[in-house]
Write a protein that binds this ligand. Structure first.
Ligand code: FAD
Length: 311
């Protein structure tokens, strides 16, 4: 069932505390959340990383959480990533797993948040580099992006392979892609998952897809390392063709998909020899992440509603 109008409604609910309490307490929730969230603790996510590695998949790990309200919570977010990186180091998994971070969880929206987020993310990037891996800065809503790109640029002075995400639905993104498509850069291109106004973003799916292809062309023709974050079969086919036209070998770009979504396709692309990285979210503060997954595919919402009603 595709009900296009539901997406924005779910995204609006993703910012509501009342809905957060309702959804979190609903009896069928956990079963549906488990499809998208790989566990609540480091101990639970490590076997998932090991399993992915055994299947020839890479991962990027996201400790879920966003929209924090205190400085202490921002330190806790930093510490959660440091704990994770410590465990990956002990287990020698550093080269299979990179980190994805949301700067909002590092305090970006608090007073003095730009500096706070930079101060919190820097030790995470340092610790990741020390075990031979990297960090990618996720893209959140459009009001946060100037700060995110400035932090990205700052981090790249010492850690040039720090990645960032750009969103095809935003009008600004072609310019960002041109600026970022330089040697040594790592850029993930996605369609975009937030509720954005028509003044800054395409609203129509076909327009977003066309913009995605234009941006993909810029990244593939550039000198950086494109990371294609999409489950869309058409865009995956187009990526392969553009990579071929640009003369890129399979290790000069990678595909990325979300944990729990089109898992067969993860394995199929890896079996073809592509680098496939699974964005693996874990932790207890899963509400925002989970609601965006529901908004992307209203059929998920139907499944969720059924599982609540039948409990
Ligand atoms: P769609 O057209 O939405 O989906 C194509 C097909 O994939 C669907 O028909 C369906 O079969 C399947 N599918 C897609 N989503 C779901 C779902 N939730 N449940 C079940 N099936 C589904 N967005 C940001 O704004 N910022 C980020 O930093 C960010 N990072 C991302 C990282 C990765 C690795 C990925 C894969 C996505 C990320 N996203 C991010 C989300 C992205 O913006 C899209 O919302 C999401 O990927 C859905 O778009 P799609 O390209 O898969 O295409």
């Amino acid at each position: 069932v595709e009900v296009p109008v539901l997406g924005p409604v779910i995204l609006a609910a993703s910012r509501s505390d009342k809905m957060r309490r309702f959804v979190s307490a609903a009896p069928g929730t956990k079963q549906v959340v488990d499809r998208f969230i790989a566990g609540e603790t480091v101990d639970q996510v490590i076997p998932v990383v090991e399993d992915a590695a055994a299947k020839g998949l890479e991962v990027t790990l996201d400790v879920v959480g966003e929209d924090i309200t205190t400085v202490e919570q921002s330190y806790a977010a930093r510490d959660a990533y440091l704990e994770l990186i410590g465990r990956l180091k002990e287990l020698g998994l550093g080269t299979r797993a990179e980190m994805s971070v949301k700067l909002s969880m590092f305090g970006q929206a608090l007073e003095g948040g730009h500096e706070l987020a930079l101060a919190n993310v820097r030790p995470v990037v340092e610790a990741a580099a020390a075990i031979g891996t990297t960090v990618t800065l996720d893209a959140e809503d459009h009001t946060t992006l100037d700060s995110m790109f400035a932090i990205h640029e700052e981090l790249r002075k010492d850690f040039p392979d720090t990645g960032c995400v750009i969103q095809a639905y935003l009008f600004r993104t072609e310019d960002d892609a041109r600026r970022l498509a330089e040697a040594g850069s790592r850029v993930r291109i996605v369609k975009g998952a937030y509720k954005e106004p028509a003044s800054v973003a395409y609203q129509d799916k076909a327009e977003i897809d066309k913009a995605f292809v234009r941006i993909l062309k810029i990244l593939m023709a550039g000198k950086g390392y494109p990371m294609i974050g999409s489950h869309d079969p058409r865009l995956i086919a187009i990526t392969k063709e553009l990579a071929r036209q640009a003369g890129r070998a399979m290790d000069e770009y990678e595909f990325q998909m979300l944990y729990g979504i089109r898992s067969d396709e993860h394995l199929r692309l890896a079996a073809e020899g592509h680098r496939m990285r699974v964005y693996t979210a874990y932790g207890t503060d899963w509400y925002g992440y989970f609601m965006r997954r529901l908004a992307e595919k209203p059929a998920n919402l139907m499944f969720f509603a059924r599982s609540i009603l039948t409990k």
